[in-house]
Design a protein around this ligand. Structure first.
Ligand code: FAD
Length: 458
């Protein structure tokens, strides 16, 4: 949108998972185009019922409180409503006599349907709809293969993504003028929105916290990312995934700032993975339910195995440490996510959808595109070019947690065992009494899996 004197009187900015004021193309464009802006967030009960894990709702509320404070600092306010997102956006637009709605483009089936309904409603009421970028570094679909709508292999996507020109960062509005007479509404309490406990060590949400994390990360973490990102005990990753998911951070701004730091390329590559899975979900919105590439896998029903996995009581310390980190923090290290997901889908041969649902119930960074994309990658139904790969929980533990520090941090029953011996407690002269025996033999599980693959591929 061209910069200049405002052409609209009032515009609504429908906020979704873009909860920031910096590099917010929709907010920036609305602020430039209109005399008055209504930054609006709608709590949609239907969405909360399906996706409102307490950890994420708590983080969302933090993020909205922080955003409300940033808007107040600029003379504005956050407007809050509850109900169907399109109906409420249209109601607010009518009340405020808005001539336009600005919204960030997004990829899930729900987001695509929301955009479509919003477009229809806007057309019916003669309101302009502006769909803006900002949820990814490069908009989904901006980089597409010849003859297709999305890349299905990461490396060629990464090459094209790296060469693609990026939009300029959007200007942060200095002032936000809101209609004085419009009711603002209140942020609900967590207990009104979600049932169940919040993980005890949940990170704080919001743009201010996200900005602090990025600053600290770029100053002292990113340079050693390549060397440390797989070291489970070092915890040497950025831990900004939840802030990226809720848009408390602009992925483009993070990528641009990272570029100025030595050794940041492997970290920026991970941001590209995030964009990769977003464009994949955009083109295949059915993949939260359906295999991306169905190979005819047959999954086992194993209630006891699934429960042991969820509770972190499989008897494999590295798997149990990962699952307990998830319960305690609403977060799990990426290497542990890979190992626990492989254990569920390959050792236990349980359907990846069970694992993805459990992760989604706890992860504060729970993101449909990333969760489903990664689960399917590990399960061999997704975009891994080696779909039959299996991670060995013992050799991986010895490699990525050689001193057993990560395991001892999360599995207190094993605290007294020194060094890497903690990964095979059953081999100790006196195995710990309160820790379970392994629920399966990894070699036998792999042999069973290979036999299943042979039958499947015959
Ligand atoms: P860093 O290593 O510092 O990476 C920086 C950012 O890059 C991350 O914040 C994230 O936005 C992105 N990123 C990193 N790795 C990946 C990846 N493999 N795929 C896509 N984006 C990536 N990530 C989520 O954000 N939400 C999920 O729901 C999610 N579910 C996962 C499920 C499984 C089974 C696996 C194996 C991975 C999953 N990931 C998910 C990806 C990854 O584990 C997390 O993004 C990462 O651990 C977050 O930590 P960080 O912010 O310190 O990451």
């Amino acid at each position: 949108m061209a910069r200049g004197s405002p052409s609209l009187r009032v515009a609504v900015v429908l906020l979704t998972r873009d909860l920031r004021v910096h590099d917010h193309p929709a907010l920036a464009a609305a602020s430039e185009a209109a005399d008055e802006v209504v930054p609006l967030f709608v709590f949609d009960r239907a969405v909360l019922k399906r996706f409102g894990a307490p950890n994420r709702v708590a983080f969302l509320l933090d993020s909205l409180r922080d955003l409300a404070a940033s808007l107040r600092e600029r003379g504005g306010a956050l407007f809050v409503r509850e109900g169907d997102v399109v109906a409420e956006a249209m109601r607010v637009a009518a009340e405020a006599k808005a001539e336009a709605i600005f919204v960030s483009d997004d990829v899930s089936a729900y987001a695509q349907a929301r955009e479509l309904r919003l477009a229809e409603a806007c057309e019916q009421h003669g309101i302009e709809l502006h769909v803006m970028p900002g949820v990814t570094v490069i908009p989904p679909g901006a980089v597409a293969p010849d003859g297709g709508d999305a890349y299905k292999v990461f490396t060629p996507y990464w090459r094209r993504w790296s060469e693609t020109p990026r939009r300029a960062l959007a200007r942060t509005p200095r002032a936000v003028t809101v209609p004085g007479a419009l009711a603002r509404g209140h942020l609900p309490a967590l207990a009104d929105l979600a049932r169940g406990d919040v993980s005890p060590e949940l990170p704080a949400g919001g743009e201010s916290e996200g900005a602090k994390r990025v600053k600290a990360w770029l100053a002292s973490g990113v340079a050693r990312y390549d060397e440390r990102h797989d070291d489970l005990a070092a915890d040497g990753t950025s831990r900004i995934s939840a802030h990226l998911h809720f848009g408390c951070l602009s992925p483009l701004a993070v990528a641009e700032r990272a570029r100025e730091h030595a050794g940041a390329a492997p970290f920026v590559r991970q941001l590209c993975w995030r964009d990769f899975y977003a464009q994949l979900l955009g083109s295949r919105p059915d993949t939260p339910r359906e295999d991306f590439r169905s190979r005819g896998d047959r999954w086992r029903d194993d209630e006891a195995g699934l429960t042991a996995w969820k509770e972190g009581r499989t008897g494999f310390p590295i798997i149990d440490a990962g699952m307990r980190q998830l319960a305690r923090e609403g977060f799990m290290h990426n290497r542990a996510r890979l190992l626990t997901a492989s254990f569920l889908t390959k050792d236990l041969a349980i359907d990846w959808r069970e694992g993805a649902a459990h992760f989604f119930g706890l992860l504060v960074d729970g993101d449909l595109a990333n969760n489903v994309g990664n689960w399917q990658w590990v399960a061999g139904t997704g975009v891994d070019t080696r779909p039959n790969r299996v991670f060995n929980p013992i050799t991986q533990a010895k490699r990525f947690d050689p001193e057993g520090e990560y395991v001892r941090r999360y599995v207190p029953e094993l605290e007294g065992i020194e060094g890497g011996g903690v990964h095979e407690p059953w081999k100790l002269e006196r195995p710990p009494k309160d820790y379970p025996e392994p629920i399966l033999d990894h070699r036998e599980a792999v042999a069973r899996l290979r036999a299943m693959h042979e039958t499947r591929d015959r």
